[in-house]
Design a protein around this ligand. Sequence first.
Ligand SMILES: Cc1cc2nc3c(=O)[nH]c(=O)nc-3n(C[C@H](O)[C@H](O)[C@H](O)COP(=O)(O)OP(=O)(O)OC[C@H]3O[C@@H](n4cnc5c(N)ncnc54)[C@H](O)[C@@H]3O)c2cc1C
Length: 349
Amino acid sequence: MLDCDVCVTGAGIIGLSIALELHRRGARVTVLERGTALREASQAAAGMLAAKDPENPVELTALSQLSIARYTEFLVEIERLGGRPVPFQTSLTLQALEGNAFLESTGFPEGFSSGKLRFQQLSEWSLDPRQLAPAIRAAVEATPIRLLEDTAVQTVGESKDGVAVQTNAGEIRADRIVHAMGAWSNAPVKPRKGQMLAVKMPHGVPIDFVVRTPEIYVVPRLHGPRAGQVVIGATVEDAGFSTTTDAASLASLRAMAAEFLPVLADEDACPVLDQWAGLRPFTPDYLPLMGWADGSRRKLIATGHYRNGMLLAPGTAKVVADLLEGKESVVDLSAFSPSRFLEEQSKID
Ligand SMILES: Cc1cc2nc3c(=O)[nH]c(=O)nc-3n(C[C@H](O)[C@H](O)[C@H](O)COP(=O)(O)OP(=O)(O)OC[C@H]3O[C@@H](n4cnc5c(N)ncnc54)[C@H](O)[C@@H]3O)c2cc1C
């Protein structure tokens, strides 16, 4: 007797978005989480839905657009199930462009200085991942999805009717399994640390837009419990699974942000309210791993979303649920094939 139709491993935004979509389509879902749901990368993120970031690999375009098209519906469904609204925080991004030519800042918001860079205004949303996390949790808890926390996946084997998942808390039998363990997924996925800080929004200089350069971003919180904070991020570090922060890195982020929003240099006007680090699931070509892991079509992988997991979650959930229903993906997944690193993987194993 199977415990569920689909077992999802990892309760970050990717795993839980997939679980909610599968539940919506009538599947019996169990999610296994080695710690507490949504405590890792998915609550460390800045929350930009950065579909138009010129730094994104071009292969992400279709999945990004699919996600953006589904985002409002995704948040409405989360609120319908769990009763917690998740508003978009901002809808404008000032994006630095390649090259150093000075662009007249006429029309740019008050308090903003374009310095030596050229900036473009983009219509793009952001949200607060720390507002989204409890909302997703409430939505999941309002469904029959079984979320088993403190339950670490140890091995996955085949059984006569599906897969047998061994955990520290016993065995789970499922028809199919989806691996969504973020930075803790197998090679070639690696953790890439990002440190961030949140400072108080300066009085009298309302920042209601995102500023993004290749080095830093500034993301204000305008609604909810963190309204009045400005998040400044983020470092990109290969530091194993360490999530420590250090004063020098955070000071450097603040100084770079102040080049464009000079008021952020003023530590009295904008004191530090919080600081943290999270682990992005990184792959060598900066693209996710999405698709079947084996010929038997029992194991699917959905991980490696690196800097864009918040953005890509609703699109990933649709694609994964379609594959599990035997449908074609609506976006071309060839660049995301889990088998593209097989050679490298066998060297590592
Ligand atoms: C500083 C920073 C800023 C970011 N900013 C943005 C942003 O602005 N926009 C954006 O789109 N993205 C952003 N990201 C990226 C985004 O946060 C990630 O891509 C996304 O959270 C990945 O989600 P996930 O569910 O794959 O991973 P996670 O949220 O890390 O979840 C993986 C889960 O798997 C669990 N797990 C691991 N091993 C096991 C096991 N053996 N058994 C069971 N469970 C296991 C973990 O405990 C964890 O809960 C940022 C990331 C960081 C760190």
